[in-house]
Design a protein around this ligand. Structure first.
Ligand code: HEM
Length: 280
């Protein structure tokens, strides 16, 4: 849906959340590129790319730096959740299981079944609320990734420290877990996540809401009808309407978005090539 550039837009994401998402993209792409260079170091592409990063050792250092960025984002997000809890006077139960929480609930299951029916032309599109079930899934994928990839990454980084508590052979296991789970994460983000957010027909070729935080009211109404109807019923929609960004900002955002999409898709092509033709 095109925007004429003057009407007010609905504000979906706070400035902090947008900033965190941008830093997460930079950090995740850096981790993926440098990680894949190490994993597929025997391919010509890895050798070529390693020069860009100053060699394999330097790629490993950039990998660790990007990992610190990722941990930083994660911790900031958790602190922000507790800040929100205090600010909005929510109980822990309300924070975790309230209407707009990211936790899965029964409606997500109904929406999932409804969506399958909609795909088959056997029902209407579900009345999605603030977060769809696939957005919640992607959100928790990051928690899982931080837990599994992050913890094993720390073991590879500080093996002397960790082998005070775990047997030495577990470092080999940690390498396999880290490497294969990373492959899964990269494969998931650059295909399923990219498709769900950017390539599905309503959003194609790119949805920039996570960068600008804003979306057209008409688009909001179609995309998250339940949330829209609730805000209108409570008379609160106006509170969330803001001026759109200048065209130059939108252009810069699109350049950043296209760069991220291109790098992501290229990494997928490279992984498929490495797995089919050169896998060891
Ligand atoms: C977030 C915390 C992370 C930490 C602390 C971490 C740390 C590490 C360390 C220390 C290594 C060994 C590097 C070397 O040998 O020089 C490594 C390897 C690797 N990392 Fe990470 N990493 C993290 C996240 C990620 C992510 C998000 C990905 C990809 C999405 C990833 C993909 C890889 C891959 C593919 C390797 C090569 C493993 C192999 O040799 O097969 N890492 N990581």
């Amino acid at each position: 849906m095109k925007h004429n550039g003057t009407e007010k837009q609905y504000l979906r994401f706070t400035r902090l959340n947008r900033t965190l998402h941008i830093i997460m993209i930079v950090s995740f792409i850096s981790l993926s590129l440098t990680g894949m260079i190490l994993k597929f170091s025997y391919t010509g592409w890895a050798v070529l790319l390693s020069h860009l990063f100053g060699g394999f050792e330097s790629a490993g250092n950039i990998h660790r730096f990007a990992a610190v960025m990722m941990f930083g984002i994660f911790v900031t997000h958790i602190i922000d959740l507790f800040r929100m809890k205090r600010h909005e006077h929510l109980s822990l139960k309300e924070l975790l299981f309230g209407k707009n929480s990211m936790m899965f609930n029964r409606k997500d299951w109904r929406d999932f079944v409804g969506n399958l029916k909609w795909f088959l032309g056997k029902g209407p599109r579900p009345n999605y609320g603030r977060w769809t079930y696939w957005e919640k899934f992607d959100y928790f994928a990051v928690f899982w990734g931080i837990f599994v990839i992050g913890s094993t990454g720390l073991m590879l980084w500080f093996p002397e420290f960790f082998t005070r508590f775990i047997p030495g052979w577990f470092i080999n296991v940690a390498t396999i877990i880290h490497s294969d789970e990373a492959l899964l994460a990269v494969g998931f983000i650059f295909t399923v996540h990219f498709f769900n957010t950017h390539l599905r027909p309503e959003k194609f070729p790119m949805d920039i809401v996570v960068f600008t935080g804003r979306m057209d009211v008409e688009e909001f109404k179609n995309d998250k009808p339940e949330e829209y109807e609730e805000l209108v019923a409570k008379g609160e929609l106006e509170k969330y309407l803001v001026e759109p960004y200048q065209p130059i900002v939108i252009k810069a955002v699109r350049v950043f978005g296209w760069t991220a999409l291109t790098i992501g898709f290229s990494i997928v092509v490279w992984i498929i090539y490495a797995m089919i033709f050169t896998y060891r």
